[in-house]
Structures are given as C-alpha cells and as structure tokens.
Design a protein around this ligand. Structure first.
Ligand SMILES: *[C@@H]1O[C@H](CO)[C@@H](O)[C@H](O)[C@H]1NC(C)=O
Ligand SMILES: *[C@@H]1O[C@H](CO)[C@@H](O)[C@H](O)[C@H]1NC(C)=O
Length: 207
C-alpha cells in the first residue's frame, strides 16, 4: 500500500501547477487538468528493471532511486531493495494525456526523472538524472508507456531521441557497501551496442 503518499502527490501537483500557471491559463480545461491531474497521478509507482538482453542477473529487478550528487542534483541509480525505490508519479499536461513527466517528491520538492546530456563512463551512453524541477511534459521532453514499459522521447512528432535504457556498473558505490560499485541507469539516444558491464533493460512501473 502506498496510500499515504497521495498527500505528497497532492502537494506535488500544487507545486507543479503553480509553475505552469501562464501556460495553463490559456483555457479552463488545461487549468483544471493541471490542478487536478488525471488518474495516472493518483497512482505513485516505483520503477523496476527487467533485463531484456545480456542476461546479467545482477541487473534484473532493481529499483530506481535518487543518488545525491549536489544541491538539487541526483543520478538515477538502481538497487535491489524495494524500500529505497523513490515513489514517482506520472504528471501529464495539456500536450496529450499520453505523455507525462515522472516526478519524485524529495524532501517536499518536486524532482524530475531526466534523460540528460553529458558525458558518462560509457562513450555511447547518456546520463539519467533526478534533478529538482517540476515542469510539465513538453513536445521535446515526454515519457509514455508502451507495453507497460517506460519510454521517453525528445520529439513527440517523430518519437525519436531514445534508444533504450541500460543498467551499468557505476562509478558511485552501492547502498549496501560504498566501496563496491553500484548499478546506474543510463540511456542511449539511438539503438546501439551494449557496453561491457551493462545490460539492456526495460523499466516497468510497480504500483
Ligand atoms: C514510498 O512510499 C511508501 C508508501 O507510502 C513508503 O513506505 C516508502 O518509504 C516510500 N519510499 C521512499 C523511498 O520514499
Ligand atoms: C565492503 O567491500 C569491501 C571491498 O570488497 C570489503 O573489503 C568490505 O569488507 C565490505 N564491507 C562490508 C561491511 O561488507
């Protein structure tokens, strides 16, 4: 049961709708939706990995959690303990009910799951952050579910910019033992080879 987190969701919705007021005020319908997010927002979920290829047992069934790297900044990491999985909500906007951002309530502030740009230890892979933000989805930043797995795109017209999630050996230590490498979530922008120490994974929501 994740019942008590509905309070946090309501707080998140309020914060996020405050930020998008100029946009939502275009019409009452959009405003109503942002103030009273649709059903997906009522169901917090944690994200869990399913290894697609490579069959790396240590990368299956891991939960996404925020690894603090600086003020308002986190890397998306993966751990086998369900209790550390951060509760996300799917936050939609007026672009389409289909698209959303994944918001986490960390210490009372909205943080957003962000397929980002920047360097990683893996040349073809890009970082996934959980940074302070509460912006609604846009046509260039939108998540959606396909076959109950989480996908992302940087262009909702061409549905491009995403070539899959990967679980890889991290430069950060694991929660269980800081001197042992943890597992980190990355993505690639187009399909490509799977680096050593990585597995191709799906992310499924667990409600
Ligand atoms: C997620 O929500 C559940 C139920 O409210 C709570 O027990 C758990 O501590 C939360 N997890 C995190 C990492 O905040
Ligand atoms: C953590 O890992 C290191 C390196 O493998 C090991 O020497 C140490 O005993 C481990 N600590 C615990 C508490 O398991």
């Amino acid at each position: 049961m994740r019942f008590s987190s509905s309070l946090a969701v309501a707080a998140l919705a309020t914060l996020a709708s405050a930020r998008m007021t100029p946009r939502a005020s275009r019409n009452d319908g959009a405003n109503a939706r942002s103030a009273h997010p649709d059903h997906e927002n009522d169901k917090p979920f944690i994200l869990q990995t399913r290894v697609k290829e490579g069959d790396y047992p240590g990368h299956n069934g891991l939960y996404v959690y925020a690894y603090h790297t600086g003020a308002g900044l986190n890397d998306a990491m993966l751990d086998p303990q369900e209790s550390v999985g951060n509760n996300g909500t799917a936050f939609t906007s007026d672009i389409s009910d289909r698209f959303f951002v994944v918001l986490y309530d960390l210490a009372g502030s909205p943080y957003e799951l962000e397929p980002a740009t920047g360097t990683t230890p893996y040349p073809d892979l890009l970082p996934v952050r959980i940074n302070v933000d509460g912006a609604p989805p846009s046509s260039s930043n939108a998540f959606y579910f396909a076959y109950n797995t989480l996908r992302w795109t940087n262009n909702i017209n061409t549905m491009s910019g995403f070539g899959g999630w990967l679980a890889c050996k991290s430069e950060h230590g694991s929660l269980e033992n800081l001197s042992v490498p943890g597992v980190q979530l990355f993505y690639r922008s187009t399909p490509g080879p799977t680096p050593e120490d990585c597995s191709d994974v799906d992310l499924v929501p667990i409600y």
